[in-house]
Design a protein around this ligand. Structure first.
Ligand SMILES: [Fe+2]
Ligand SMILES: [Fe+2]
Length: 181
């Protein structure tokens, strides 16, 4: 059997020079863009919501998102990096999907709320996956302060996701079942 020779990457003892460090910074730039973009989209989502409960949940998460952006800037600073945002195609797509749901559902309907919750939970799950990875990478790289900051945000994203499930289960799903298409 023929063996393919793969050249092993050069080794380094300096964390700052490691490929993992580069990956971590790239992922940080990605979520920084995602949060900034989201902070502009959330007010529109809140405005489109039918129930007061969903609107206020989104508004609360909007304020949380503003704080998360600052936390990311602190994380960049803690590792001696400038905060730079690089377009996150995934978040751009998820937000676009949310806008489409709003456009396709009737204003004032509970079905629209069910759709907004669906879009918002996809966003939260993307954030949970991203912050989970980022927190782990920060720990592995020895960036303890950044790891703590990223963990705080991870917990907020999980809480928000849980709250959205609660709102959906408390009545929106049932009520929207009765609405005519
Ligand atoms: Fe967030
Ligand atoms: Fe979030």
């Amino acid at each position: 059997m023929a063996t393919t020779k793969v050249k092993a990457p050069e080794q380094t003892n300096n964390v700052q020079e490691s490929a993992l460090n580069e990956l971590f910074i790239d992922e940080l730039k990605d979520i920084y863009w995602a949060e900034k973009h989201l902070s502009k989209a959330l007010p529109k989502m809140a405005k489109a919501a039918t129930s007061d409960e969903l609107r206020s949940a989104i508004e609360n998460h909007q304020s949380e998102t503003e704080r998360q952006i600052i936390r990311l800037e602190d994380a960049f600073a803690s590792i001696g990096q400038k905060a730079v945002a690089v377009k996150c195609e995934a978040m751009a797509g998820l937000i676009k999907e949310g806008e489409e749901i709003v456009a396709e559902t009737e204003k004032g309907s509970i079905t629209r709320d069910a759709g907004i919750i669906s879009a918002a939970q996809k966003i939260e799950h993307y954030e949970i996956a991203s912050y989970g990875t980022l927190r782990t990478l920060a720990s592995v790289l020895g960036y303890d302060h950044a790891a703590e900051l990223l963990d705080s945000t991870l917990q907020e994203e999980k809480t928000c996701d849980g709250l959205l499930t609660q709102i959906a289960e408390a009545g929106i799903n049932q009520a929207s079942k009765a609405e005519k298409a």
